[in-house]
Design a protein around this ligand. Sequence first.
Ligand code: SF4
Length: 426
Amino acid sequence: MTAETRVADRAPPVWTCPFCPLLCDDRSAAAPGCARAEAGLAASAAGIGSAPSPAVPARLHGLPVPREQALRVAAEWLHTARQPLLAGWGADMAAARALYPLACRVGAISDVTAGEPLAQALRAQQDRGGYTATLAEVRRHADLIVCIGSWPAERAPRLFERLLAGRDVPPAIVVLGDGVDPPRSITVEGQTTDIEWLPPDQDLPATAALLHLALTRPARCPDERLCALAERLKAARYAVLVWEPGQLGVHAGLVIERLQGLIGRLNLTGRAAGFPLGGSGGAATAQAVHTWLSGLPLRTQVGPRGLEHDGLRLGCERLLADRAVDLLLWVGTYPEQRPPDGDRPRILLGPPALAASLGHESATVFLPVGTPGVDHAGHLLRGDSVVMLPLQALRPSALPSVAETVTALLAEVQRLDAMAATEVVA
Ligand code: SF4
């Protein structure tokens, strides 16, 4: 056997897919078996064997400049900003660990973009607590899975493959919600499982309230289908409610509180848990890292009174709409992540491909960075918030990571701070 044959015989390396909260780590990038992963790889131009991204220079006001100059200007903007906003956080754990000290140094507010579902889910947890299960627990124990308000496989295509694989007797699967379009059945490892769809003809907060009523006072619940579902939930050995905070509408927090109340009620006599699915693109990781480092979640401001968290007032979109910040530093390395529009000065960290869609760049510094899990290694928190998985450098490139870029920015800001202090003393 030649050396070439031995290399060819080797199984393709397993890869952790960073393109949705499941972080599947059981396939190679050459055959991910998932349309979303393939789309993510195509968008990152990271097909196996493809060349690294062409060198894209940093840009200042739309013109190419040396990276050092772009970093210097960005640091000057951060140094003089009255109220900067660090938004996006669309990268990995190391990036989040680098962004928090920068927020502390420049007195910034921190939030992911489109972070309302994340904030509402957190608020529900803060207010009422909750019961959640891990991916492995659902796979091992669930005999009834009820998806609330959406068909989650649209955003996490391999979810049911991962929940049903290896099961001799698959769980019953019910989808509860109007306007959802689940398939009639799914087939995993040759075994077909029917999907039941129950459209309740009312919005999700009302549905969740009625389902709770059906469970606690069935005689007062006017919906027989919900009463029947409540009976099945009670009879289940291990019922699991799956929801996506981003698909629950504007009252997501209220719906989640109701669902957790329902799960709590089921746990008085049996076993039940929730399986929320969200926080993709580094959002869940950023939330966790910010909390580890500061004791507070995102939507926190570093100010004269120390750290202040306000899940409503400090939302990224609200701050931008109210013109409450005068500088935006945004990080987004994954496909579909786009910086907010606006005419305030922007420091944007994204993959080289983002350069083509920055829009008006009259007050913009663009710093190209690598994508974790594609250009360089890293870590992301899986959607069930219990496992921090390593990401591999699928197509190692010379692009600096977000963590390296933010660390360089912080060093430049500290240098400017030191110069300003020297001038005051002199
Ligand atoms: S389900 Fe999600 S994590 Fe798994 S391969 Fe598809 S996109 Fe990647």
